[in-house]
Design a protein around this ligand. Structure first.
Ligand code: CP
Length: 312
């Protein structure tokens, strides 16, 4: 493990406010964490005696499980709270939930919430570190950090990589965090989506916007595919799922436009046959399972740096 943390904030709320040096510190700390996970006994006593509360107001498989594994590998105690099993289902507010968590002695809270900015509000309500595990359509910083880690591991340098992000960018917190992270590291970021699935003003964030995948994919090093968020679709944003798959889905023919060593990423969960075909998702160029595995190491690094790393 490395020494005391340079992280400026007590919390991990988004990559918009994080410097390249701070992100690098997290990625560097994830390297020894990955070594811990590769051992027969995947446990170090680093966070023994600390309690991590994992508070999810939205469904999750990857993020929730990997935060829990990350905390357990570091010997922290974990408490899982979800809407269906907590008093939130009886109408308890975020404020009262936060007060309860604080009274129970949490050392760190991981929050996923459907409202953009909810982790920022929680961070003001309690005096323990808060990690944003996805807030509405705003940010998903640890997903982008694990994507950066996976890319750095595979490609070495992030500077100068041509990264194409293709899909439902309007509703994607993963896209927003990755745009912040990748552009800060000097990647050449291209977005592809129908005009109705792009946020207003996104072209002013240092990215290049396209409406046809074929225009963006040529010579790309990385193709990051996003899930079509059908649960967040308002009526009429796309003509239909089949039409979307035909015009925007990543298939072998479109991937052939990218560089021969280009890699394919997807944060999951995947709509197979919609934004990506089975052969591409399961192909040798896909890093999707590496992303999931690296998520544990990156989240171990974030947990460590926000708790013990700050005390060193
Ligand atoms: N990538 C991601 O956030 O997946 P989950 O919704 O399963 O956590």
């Amino acid at each position: 493990m490395l020494g005391g943390s340079i992280l400026q904030s007590k919390h991990c709320l988004g990559l918009a406010d994080m410097s390249t040096e701070e992100m690098t510190e997290i990625l560097d700390n994830a390297v020894p964490m990955k070594q811990v996970i590769s051992r027969d006994i995947k446990k170090v006593p680093t966070l023994r005696g600390k309690t991590v509360v994992i508070l999810f107001f939205e469904p999750s498989t990857r993020t929730r499980i990997s935060f829990e594994l990350a905390a357990k590998h570091l010997s922290a105690d974990t408490v899982n709270v979800s809407v269906s099993t907590s008093s939130v289902s009886k109408g308890e507010s975020l404020f009262d939930t936060a007060r309860t968590i604080k009274a129970l002695g949490a050392d760190l809270v991981v929050l996923r919430h459907p409202a953009a900015g909810a982790p920022h509000i929680l961070a003001r309500l309690i005096d323990v570190p808060v990690i944003n595990a996805g807030d509405g359509m705003h940010e998903h910083p640890t997903q982008a950090l694990l994507d950066l880690f996976t890319l750095r591991e595979r490609k070495g340098e992030l500077q100068g990589l041509k990264v194409v992000i293709i899909g439902d960018i309007l509703h994607s917190r993963v896209a927003r965090s990755n745009i912040w992270g990748l552009t800060k590291f000097g990647a050449d970021v291209h977005l592809v989506a129908p005009p109705t699935l792009l946020p207003a003003g996104i072209g002013q964030t240092g990215v290049t916007v396209h409406h046809r995948p074929e225009d963006a994919l040529v010579d790309s090093d990385v193709v990051m595919v996003l899930r079509l968020q059908r649960e967040r679709q308002r009526e009429g944003l796309i003509p239909g799922v089949k039409e979307y798959a035909r015009l925007y889905g990543l298939n072998a023919a479109r991937l052939a436009l990218a560089r021969p060593d280009a890699v394919v990423m997807h944060p999951g969960p995947i709509n197979r046959g919609v934004e990506i075909t089975d052969d591409v998702a399961d192909g040798t160029r896909a890093l999707i399972t590496d992303q999931v595995a690296n998520g544990v190491a990156v989240r171990m690094a974030v947990l460590y740096l926000l708790t013990l790393g700050r005390e060193n």
